[in-house]
Design a binder for this molecule. Structure first.
Ligand code: PLP
Length: 415
């Protein structure tokens, strides 16, 4: 991510790319929309929405069940996404790709299935101070149920994990390390390869929350060697309601199902039920088929641009925005890690982030405000929240300039 900050991206016509996102071409509150809330949900290019539309118009049918041709078409389209995801993250096996409704669902699956079977009183789950609530609460729930205990890796004021403390927390009690790859509130890119390596030396499993990493740079799961890795389609130009749990095959095979129902079974009698093979053991019921096909199309789209190209462009925009915000008096960036992705959290003077966000919205500028589902981060800085501009490759320098003008306007408004 930042290591690409000085690369000059020349291959791609970014104006053409931007024109593929019709939602960006509209007025909000009478102003041109400046969409800088990509960490919450990125926008969808027309090729992806067309693909979803095509499914609804020409392929709509249930998957995995029908002998008829339409169902086979839907199944082929839906299952082709599994192969695309496998290749996109370089997983060893297709069965290691479990479809879920998103990162939250993926983490709950691991906590409820792996955790319930394997955690005992006094076992420890290591999280970090910069986790999204989705990577805190599922562990709290299973810890309460099993008697396991949460241990927290602190961070410094730049928003970087204290790796010495992390190492010292690892012990024979550590059953799981669950850490975010890229912080949604700070932009910090964590040294996950080192985190995983240290955990494995300690014989602990690792789940990486990759919700903010997969959309922005190449993730090679075999290189990282994570045991579990999670992400959501709606943050990577795909639709809502769909996501991925990657898990190592041998670990998934040993885990019980998380939900029961159709599709996840082999044989059902009232006395006993046996489970379907991976990945279907974890996919009960009719899935969001259109959304799954949409994720496949989003992956094709991202691949066509190239993840290195995307990372390089976003690093340029992050650099530009950081410099411009740093030039503004009274504006403080929260999260200044050395390795950052394209997220800038900031405070304007003593203005409450919600007030700042409301005024920016009047100028057509969409940023996120508040605690960003990461309240422990706000507790670290002793602040109620921040305004957050999260940048995608289809943003432009002009969007950043409009944000800067908007921040100046907010300052004037409250002065
Ligand atoms: N983890 C991180 C780092 C996130 O940014 C988010 C969403 O913002 C999530 C988890 C939860 O993702 P979802 O709401 O798609 O389940």
């Amino acid at each position: 991510m930042t290591k690409l900050a000085n690369d000059t991206s020349t291959k791609t016509d970014w104006n053409k790319i931007r024109s593929q996102f019709p939602v960006l071409d509209q007025k909000i509150n009478g102003q041109d929309l400046v969409y800088l809330d990509n960490a919450a949900s990125s926008q969808m290019p027309v090729i992806v929405s067309d693909r979803i539309d095509h499914y609804h118009k020409k392929e709509h049918s249930n998957v995995h069940r029908g002998i008829h041709s339409l169902s086979q078409k839907a199944t082929d389209a839906y299952e082709s996404t599994r192969t695309k995801v496998q290749e996109f993250i370089n997983a060893r096996h297709k069965e290691e790709i479990i479809f879920t409704t998103g990162t939250t669902d993926s983490i709950n699956l691991v906590a409820q299935s792996y955790g319930r079977k394997n955690f005992n009183t006094g076992d420890e789950i290591i999280l970090s101070e910069m986790e999204h609530h989705a990577n805190i609460v599922p562990w709290q729930l299973i810890a309460e149920e099993t008697g396991a205990v949460l241990r927290i890796v602190p961070m410094n004021d730049a928003g970087e994990l204290d790796m010495d403390t992390y190492e010292s927390l690892l012990s024979e009690k550590t059953k799981m390390v669950a850490i975010v790859h890229v912080s949604n509130a700070l932009g910090t890119v964590n040294p996950v390869k080192e985190i995983i390596n240290l955990a494995h030396q300690n014989e602990s499993l690792v789940l990486i929350d990759g919700a903010q990493a997969v959309p922005h740079s190449k993730v090679d799961i075999q290189d990282l060697d994570a045991d579990f890795y999670t992400f959501s389609a709606h943050k990577m130009c795909g639709p809502t309601g769909f996501g991925v749990l990657y898990g190592k095959k041998e670990i998934l095979q040993d885990m019980p199902p998380y939900r029961g129902g159709g599709d996840m079974i082999d044989k059902v009698t009232f006395e006993e039920t046996t489970w379907n093979d991976l990945p279907y053991k974890f996919e009960a019921g009719t899935p969001p088929i259109a959304a799954g096909i949409g994720l496949g199309s989003a992956i094709d789209y991202l691949n066509e641009i190239g993840m290195d190209e995307i990372a390089s462009r976003e690093a340029q925009l992050l650099d530009y925005a950081t410099k411009r915000i740093n030039d503004l008096e009274g504006v403080r960036i929260i999260g200044t890690a050395k390795d950052k992705a394209s997220v800038i959290s900031f405070l304007i003077d003593n203005i409450h982030s919600t007030d700042a966000g409301t005024i920016l919205d009047q100028k057509g500028i969409a940023v996120r405000t508040g605690h960003h589902c990461a309240q422990p981060i706000m507790q670290h800085y002793d602040i109620p929240g921040t305004a957050r501009a999260s940048i995608s490759f289809y943003n432009t320098e002009e969007d950043i300039d409009k944000l800067i003008d908007g921040i100046k306007y907010v300052k004037d408004f409250f002065s």
